[in-house]
Design a protein around this ligand. Structure first.
Ligand SMILES: Cc1cc2nc3c(=O)[nH]c(=O)nc-3n(C[C@H](O)[C@H](O)[C@H](O)COP(=O)(O)OP(=O)(O)OC[C@H]3O[C@@H](n4cnc5c(N)ncnc54)[C@H](O)[C@@H]3O)c2cc1C
Length: 512
């Protein structure tokens, strides 16, 4: 994409004075940039990650994680019990995500209105989602296009008469190579880097890659400047050059974890900043089949079941598939030496199903809390408790059941010492199996909250229109404003709510 300024192109310190400065270029930042630039405002986007195109995506996990993920792919909760997959590039998480596309469920929006006094409604969001789906080519997957890995989920649920369906994806001309998580090598995935950022640039926006905003300078209740350091695209280390952006309005779109961390670094501590962070915590199982599954090929996600989304026994969960690439599987399946070698050797015959816990809907839940690491990055604590373990057990039972019903030879849990299941009677092992931090693999690819929106400044960081409660010319527009998780994959919600948020911002600027 032309019009992107990379770290190696910045030869001296810069001072810029646009109408709007946007920190972060994921679906939140890219959307706001495109809407505001198209409305005639001068816009500068600052993105910490690098700028990559399809020619850079070599389909290697060893290249992709250090390059395209936060903390070089090693992000985790402070106690290391939850691995955090989160994108870091021009385009944010959309460069590496698996393209599953859902609108925000109506009951979630209603819950936000009722509990937090949020202004956004399903009716108001509808035209925004219509436009997003058009721009991103969102379309439902045909069952004939589902790979064998996802098909085990579809067939297992069908055999048990559980709700299941194919999902929608934001792709055009997908070759189903299976490498979404490493950057699409053929530009089929309609990431923000290929859609809303070029739209923003066409509207006159400037996008700086390799620019990490360290701090927002605040004076008299207003952001005076965003201070960024320029990074070397190769080493990702500071070059010594600084960028100072003195904008009339600043929008923080660094995503969950990073947006609250930036506010904290800047001393903007009003409200529960960093708290109420939600993760859709994920547990999984691997199922071994006699036939080849080749779960590394084909669309990584094409099927989902929401059969258990509204449980009364505890938190709901939904079921999806995860791709079976060697490095990710090595981490998930665990083990060392001979055990790891045997697991890896069997990989072509493995199907992976995941259960994503729907967190944040019960008043008792505190979720995660972001504070600062010594290096200024986000330190995430997300204590796991009884509500999580009850949900993980229920999720594991469902996944084992459906895989056995579908004819898997053996199903393995992702406990540190994996439990094995070959028949329904083995399910009781799950109740007595080890539970606790680092006793089973838990992941998240869906970080939300930490700067939640709401009417009460004591309970929220931004107001119902996404403007900061205390700092007048500061807005937060990304997944961090969600008051709860969603119960569906978050990307499309972030695009839709950010499009709506940009309209709120434009209206506020017009009336100022
Ligand atoms: C492997 C993977 C698979 C996924 N699959 C799906 C899926 O199939 N469907 C779905 O709906 N969701 C999926 N997601 C989640 C989805 O991609 C994210 O929820 C979404 O991208 C978050 O959008 P955001 O704008 O809030 O933040 P992000 O996309 O995280 O963008 C924020 C950007 O801001 C930058 N930034 C942060 N702080 C600073 C700073 N101080 N200075 C400058 N830049 C900064 C970051 O580098 C990042 O690029 C997946 C995520 C991952 C990692």
């Amino acid at each position: 994409m032309s019009g992107i300024i990379t770290g190696d192109q910045v030869a001296s310190d810069l001072t810029l004075r646009p109408d709007v400065c946007i920190v972060g270029s994921g679906p939140g930042g890219a959307m706001v940039a495109s809407r505001l630039a198209r409305a005639g405002l001068s816009v500068v986007v600052l993105e910490e990650g690098g700028h990559f195109s399809k020619d850079d995506f070599d389909m290697q996990e060893s290249t992709a994680y250090p390059r395209l993920y936060q903390d070089r792919g090693n992000r985790a909760t402070a106690d290391l019990s939850i691995s955090v997959l989160q994108g870091r590039a021009v385009g944010g998480g959309t460069v590496v995500n698996w393209t599953t596309s859902y609108r925000t469920p109506e009951h979630v929006v209603q819950h936000w209105q009722k509990r937090e006094g949020c202004a956004v409604t399903t009716k108001e969001l509808a035209p925004h989602f219509d436009e997003v789906e058009q721009r991103l080519g969102v379309a439902k997957v045909e069952l004939t296009d589902v790979n064998a890995n996802n098909r085990t989920l579809y067939d297992g649920c069908t055999k048990l008469h559980w709700q299941v369906d194919t999902i929608k994806r934001n792709v055009r001309g997908c070759l189903r190579s299976g490498y979404c998580g490493m950057g699409c090598p053929v530009d089929a995935k309609q990431s923000a880097a290929l859609t809303y950022l070029p739209d923003a640039i066409a509207g006159g926006a400037s996008v700086y890659a390799n620019c990490r905003v360290e701090k927002l300078e605040v004076s008299g209740g207003r952001v005076v400047a965003a201070i960024g350091v320029i990074l070397d695209p190769k080493t990702q280390l500071p070059t010594g050059k600084l960028v100072r952006v003195e904008a009339r309005t600043t929008v923080v779109s660094g995503g969950a974890l990073n947006s609250p961390a930036l506010l904290l670094r800047s001393g903007i501590t009003q409200g529960p900043v960093g708290r109420f962070t939600w993760l859709h915590p994920v547990v999984g199982v691997s199922a071994v089949y006699e036939q080849r599954i080749d779960g590394f090929y084909g669309a990584p996600q094409s099927v989902a079941s929401h059969h258990f989304a509204k449980r009364t026994e505890g938190a709901g969960f939904f079921l999806e598939a995860a791709p079976v690439h060697p490095m990710l599987s090595g981490i998930a399946l665990g083990g060392f030496g001979g055990h790891l070698r045997a697991n890896t050797r069997a990989l072509a015959h493995v199907a992976t199903t995941i259960a994503l816990m729907i967190d944040g809907f019960d008043e008792s839940e505190a979720g995660g809390a972001v504070t600062l690491r010594p290096d200024g990055g986000p330190k995430l604590d997300y204590p796991l408790g009884d509500r999580h373990y009850e949900c993980f057990r229920a999720g594991m039972k469902a996944m084992v059941q459906l895989q056995l019903a579908n004819g898997a030879l053996e199903v393995d849990s992702l406990h540190t010492r994996g439990l094995k299941f070959t028949k329904e009677a083995d399910l009781s092992q799950i109740d007595s199996g080890p539970m606790g931090p680092n006793r089973l693999a838990v992941f998240t690819a869906h970080q939300m909250g930490g700067c939640r929106m709401g009417a009460d400044p004591k309970r929220s960081v931004v107001d119902p229109h996404l403007r900061h409660h205390a700092v007048q010319n500061l807005w937060v527009i990304d997944g961090s404003v969600f008051p709860t998780s969603l119960g569906v994959n978050p990307m499309e919600s972030i695009y839709g709510i950010s499009s709506w948020g940009a309209a709120q911002l434009l209206a506020a600027l017009k009336s100022a």
